[in-house]
Structure formats: C-alpha cells, structure tokens
Design a protein around this ligand. Sequence first.
Ligand SMILES: Nc1ncnc2c1ncn2[C@@H]1O[C@H](COP(=O)(O)OP(=O)(O)OP(=O)(O)O)[C@@H](O)[C@H]1O
Ligand SMILES: [Mg+2]
Length: 237
Amino acid sequence: MTILTVDKIDTYYGNSHVLHGVSLEIDEGEVVTLLGRNGAGKTTTMRSIIGASPPRSGSVTYRGEEITGLSSDAINGLGISLVPEDRRVFPTLTVQENLRLAHNLASDPRPVEEMYELFPALDNLRDSNGRNLSGGEQQMVSVARALVQSPDVLLLDEPTEGLAPVIVDDLKEIVQTVVEQNVTVLLTEQNVDFAFELAERGYIMDTGEIVFDGTVDEIRDREDLLETYLSVGTADA
Ligand SMILES: Nc1ncnc2c1ncn2[C@@H]1O[C@H](COP(=O)(O)OP(=O)(O)OP(=O)(O)O)[C@@H](O)[C@H]1O
Ligand SMILES: [Mg+2]
C-alpha cells in the first residue's frame, strides 16, 4: 500500500525555482533512497514533504490524504519525522532533555527509555550536554529524537555525513531495527554504499528533477548513472 506520494511538485526559495515536477511514491514498510550530487534537490524534496518549504504546485499525499500546505508541526503530528542534515541537537540541553522535549511534543510518543535500548551508546551520556557530543553521538540523538515520536515515515537526510565508519555501521543496524518495527524510510545519501545496503529502491535527482528511478540492483549495475549523477565512477572505486 502506498504511504507517501509526491506528485509533480515545484518548490522555490524566493524566486529561485529549485524543484521541477518531482514525483515519488513510497509503499508502507519500504526503504527508498534519494540520491544525487550536492545541490541536486534532495534536502529540498524532504523539506517539501514535511512542509518546511511548501511546494508552490503539485501535491504531497500521506495515507491518501493531501498534506500539501499543512504546517510542519501538523505534518509531524500525522506521523512523518525528519532527521535534518545539520542534526540540530540543542547544545545547552542534555541528551535526556533533548529526547524528552521531542517526546513531549509528540501526540503518541514512545517511552524515552526505549531509545536507550535502541541506542545503548546514549545511555551513559544522558546527562551530557549536546555541545559536548561527538558528531556520531549527535547523529544518534537526532535519530532518537525523531524515533521517540513514533513516526510511521522517517526521513533521513544524509545521516552518514561526517561519521566514522564504525558509527556508520551502528547507524545501519539501527535503521534495520527500525524498519523491522514497520517504519517506512526515505533516505538521502551521497554515501551510495550505505544507501544500497539499506534500500530496495531508489530515485536519482539532478538539478531539481528526478532523472532515474528503479531498484537498487538496477542502479548499481548502471555505471553510466553512477558516474554522471553520483560521482562514483569505476576509476575511483
Ligand atoms: N535556503 C536556500 N535559499 C536559496 N537556495 C537554496 C536554499 N537552500 C538550497 N538552495 C539551492 O537549492 C538547490 C537544491 O539544494 P538542496 O539543498 O535541496 O540540495 P541537496 O541535494 O540536498 O544537496 P546536498 O547534497 O549538498 O545536501 C541548490 O541549488 C541550492 O543552492
Ligand atoms: Mg542536502
């Protein structure tokens, strides 16, 4: 069953026309990746879905209901949570306070304690301030903060950016656990290996348009696509 449909959206920043007729369709329980170079429009697509940069035309439909034009808070309340590229962990709040804040804003949250089971590394850091966390720890808090809201759809915007390989492996396991808990995931990545290991299907974007969609196996086999749109040629493999 389709859970999220993006239908021919056009999104602008002021007069700058960034997304051109972007369409996506995601089934419940799927992991779908959105790939593309810097500036392709991946973040803007996610911001359009959650209402932070509402599209000027086209529509976003969640479980059959049009959500275009609703506030970000309203969309979040319906069950779509974004883990933003820049993480936005509150620096002067502790890990526990960051999680509790997200918990208190959600309509149907999971217990904060469950997040420490999912992210054991955060358990010892409950009383640490956000500003004292490593990049990997901040990313864990950012993901936990989204998950404590018990979303049905999780949007992960370049979650592996700047993380050490061992943390990337932890994050992969966490996403797999979350998917087993029936959360649908849309994942943008420049780290195609991470995306390919998690997703079954993907879309490739370039200059604000979807230029290809297919299974991850299809994308993996297309060296031309990888070279043209994802800067992962065979030369540097
Ligand atoms: N706040 C903004 N105001 C004006 N233009 C913006 C703004 N944010 C992004 N853009 C432009 O919109 C286009 C798409 O950017 P977007 O951030 O969606 O790309 P992206 O695929 O997420 O890139 P990256 O991989 O660098 O995160 C780019 O040309 C970018 O310069
Ligand atoms: Mg981005």
